[in-house]
Design a binder for this molecule. Structure first.
Ligand code: AHM
Ligand code: MG
Length: 337
């Protein structure tokens, strides 16, 4: 493939009228922040960045030093560019409008600065997930309520995976594209255009240790996958679970599969484990733009009307036909079949 940098791709999208200059700048700034995060992660123990920060976030989770550092890097990078009206993060109780000292733009940015951070101390891939929404017209200082837009209104979504190589996967609503960080020149270079997730799969990803806490339809669905060739699905399934959503989704982007974090009796009261606004929705947009599907098990993910910035949802996403199977088990169970 001819070397197309992220900058060149974004300029081409702007010239084609698919994004405006502000959105282009916004994506460039997020990508630049991700490069900084990538460098901090890459230093590992030598950079003194591993371990706990000694603080907790609104979700009641202990924060890693790199959670806090990544959040600060994204906040600082995005404050002054003039393209945003406000930001929200997994690591902050409430959204923040852009300070009065800076020019405000028309977009809202949400992010999980370091997803899968429980993996950081064992040198397993982690990532950054982000979602971009429009700030409602006539709102100059957005509050949390202005972020509560369904995923189908996203104008851009992406994630960066910090693995053996650092990769940025991006959609602005015209396909999903993969960029790999060239560390020597410091640029993201397109390495896959118009990713297509295979419609069928023989691979599933779920935390099997939660099996006994799942709802009945999930028990039946995975039970049938495990029966393999002799069971109703008529094929043997493989299983993978990195416990970094970004890495698990990136495998699906690469070779298909289904990722699920279903409802279980431990997370039922919260609505699920993963967060709608900065985990499930951006991943759903990326996966749908690659020909896959994303659901709560009962509803298309991007049609969920959010009720809270840190709202949680059950998640099923990946190969289209397999997600449809998982949904079928849930709907049949709900219908009493
Ligand atoms: P985090 O945002 O606090 O890192 O939590 C989200 C992560 C996902 O990356 C991953 O899929 C899941 O939590 C792993 O959960 P578990 O530890 O139950 O396997
Ligand atoms: Mg997360």
């Amino acid at each position: 493939m001819k070397h197309i940098s992220l900058t060149r791709y974004l300029i081409q999208e702007q010239h084609a009228g698919r994004i405006n200059a502000d959105l282009r700048l916004l994506i460039e700034v997020v990508a630049r922040a991700c490069k900084t995060i990538s460098i901090a992660i890459g230093k590992g123990a030598l950079g003194g960045v591993l371990g706990d920060a000694g603080t907790g976030n609104i979700q009641g989770e202990a924060q890693k030093k790199l959670d806090v550092l990544s959040n600060d890097i994204l906040l600082e990078a995005n404050a002054w560019g003039g393209h945003l009206a406000g930001l929200a993060s997994e690591e902050m109780d409430h959204s923040q409008p852009i300070p009065d000292a800076f020019q405000r733009g028309n977009y809202l940015l949400l992010f999980d600065p370091l997803d899968g951070s429980s993996n950081i101390d064992v040198n397993i891939s982690v990532g950054t997930i982000f979602s971009v929404l429009r700030c409602p017209d006539d709102v100059t200082a957005p509050g949390d309520e202005h972020f509560l837009q369904p995923g189908n209104t996203q104008v851009c979504a992406g994630y960066t995976t910090y693995g053996p190589s650092t990769m940025l996967v991006l959609t602005v609503g015209h396909g999903t594209h993969v960029f790999t960080l060239d560390r020597e020149i410091g640029s993201f270079i397109m390495t896959r255009r118009d990713v297509q997730v295979p419609a069928e799969t023989k691979e599933f990803a779920v935390n099997m240790s939660n099996q006994r806490f799942w709802e009945a339809p999930m028990q039946r669905y995975v039970g049938d996958l495990l029966k393999g060739k002799e069971g109703p699905r008529g094929k043997d399934f493989n299983m993978r679970w990195v416990a970094s959503m970004v890495a698990d989704v990136h495998r699906i982007i690469t070779r298909g599969g289904i990722f699920s974090y279903p409802l279980d009796s431990k997370c039922r009261d919260k609505g699920g484990k993963l967060r709608l606004m900065y985990e499930a929705n951006p991943m759903a947009f990326i996966i749908e733009q690659a020909g896959g599907a994303a659901s709560t098990g009962r509803q298309r993910m991007m049609d969920v009307q959010p009720t809270g910035l840190h709202q949680r949802v059950p998640v099923f996403l990946g190969s289209r036909d397999e997600v449809a199977q998982a949904v079928r088990y849930h709907l049949e169970d709900d219908a009493g079949a």
